[in-house]
Design a protein around this ligand. Structure first.
Ligand SMILES: NC(=O)c1ccc[n+]([C@@H]2O[C@H](COP(=O)([O-])OP(=O)(O)OC[C@H]3O[C@@H](n4cnc5c(N)ncnc54)[C@H](O)[C@@H]3O)[C@@H](O)[C@H]2O)c1
Length: 299
């Protein structure tokens, strides 16, 4: 989608982190923005950061609830008549070993991270198909959808599932509705609110992994050490929409290379991640899987 001006962006998790920066970037492109989040004051904070004259509405929405996401789509289409770019971005993190992860950890994390994306696709894609115009979906997975560090089983399970789901969606839309592009966002260790996800955890799902803290502390340190900002990630995601890249990873911070024009954009590794050597082949495998399927898997 080369031209974004005047096209509508819907951003879940718009009250903080990547979602907030995506809103700032989209508004700068003169896109009307619909923000969705459980955190209304967070969305109001985002609203206050948008360029003067921006068009933006906020909608309280728990993405783990299909009815909330259906309502979000109703609001977007009633207000603006379209959704051109959907960012299925809201997410939460739960830490701790697999064998002590609680059922509440599973219900909460899968509900937001995986079912939130599923609900977004079910609510918006049929309407995007009806629109008949060029549209795009960006699903936020994570580097933790490609590699599996200790203490992340629940989060990784949710994000690996988002990777697989998004790759299927990519193949399906390319075959049947190629006017709708799909990108998978796989960042790692960016200092946002993600390490404080518990702030949005429902009371009804409060039974937390009793061994979470040791791993959560490691995660907080890793996130603090990340060199990329949420604004960098938002730029990468917007670039991917404009170039219809299937995989958006972190941009390289090697300033010798032009941002968005290097392998980092199409899915190569970020140069400032300690895990680069692990991630690089993972990115290559995602890109290889984006080639049209052949053989017994080709229907
Ligand atoms: N920060 C990182 O290092 C990192 C790395 C890889 C992937 N991610 C992913 O990026 C996405 C955005 O996270 P972030 O880092 O900006 O964190 P963040 O905590 O700053 O933002 C997440 C937003 O999602 C919202 N949210 C939580 N539960 C929700 C629900 N049920 N319904 C609607 N909104 C809800 C929160 O209120 C918050 O505004 C997530 O999917 C996260 O898993 C983050």
């Amino acid at each position: 989608m080369k031209s974004l001006k005047g096209r509508v962006a819907v951003i879940t998790g718009g009250g903080s982190g990547f979602g907030r920066e995506l809103a700032i970037r989209c508004a700068r492109e003169a896109m009307p923005v619909v923000l969705a989040d459980v955190d209304v004051s967070g969305m109001e904070g985002t609203l206050s950061l948008l360029a003067p004259g921006s068009t933006c509405i906020i909608q309280r929405c728990d993405v783990s609830r299909a009815s909330d996401v259906d309502e979000l789509a109703d609001v977007a289409y009633r207000t603006f008549g379209e959704c051109a770019v959907l960012f299925n971005n809201a997410g939460v993190g739960a830490a701790g070993p697999a064998w002590t992860a609680t059922l509440d950890d599973w219900t909460w994390t899968i509900g937001v991270n995986l079912m939130g994306v599923v609900h977004g696709v079910r609510a918006f894609i049929p309407r995007m198909i009806e629109q008949g115009r060029e549209c795009h979906v960006v699903n936020t997975a994570s580097a933790a959808g490609l590699v599996a560090p200790a203490g992340s089983s629940v989060y990784c399970a949710s994000k690996f599932a988002v990777v697989g789901f998004t790759e299927c969606l990519f193949h399906e839309l390319r075959a049947e509705h190629p006017q709708i592009g799909v990108s998978l966002l796989c960042p790692a260790f960016v200092d946002t609110g993600i390490s404080r996800s518990e702030r949005n955890r429902p009371q009804s799902l409060r039974d937390t992994n009793p061994q979470a803290e040791k791993y959560a502390e490691q995660l907080r340190k890793a996130i603090k050490s990340g060199k990329l900002t949420a604004a960098d990630i938002a730029s990468t995601a917007l670039d991917a929409v404009q170039t219809r890249s299937v995989l958006c990873s972190a941009p390289r911070t090697d300033r010798g290379k032009r941002r968005g024009q290097d392998e980092g954009h199409r899915g190569g590794a970020s140069t400032d991640l300690s895990a680069t050597s692990i991630l690089k082949p993972c990115f290559a495998r995602v890109l290889a899987r984006a080639e049209p399927l052949k053989g017994p898997l080709h229907f």
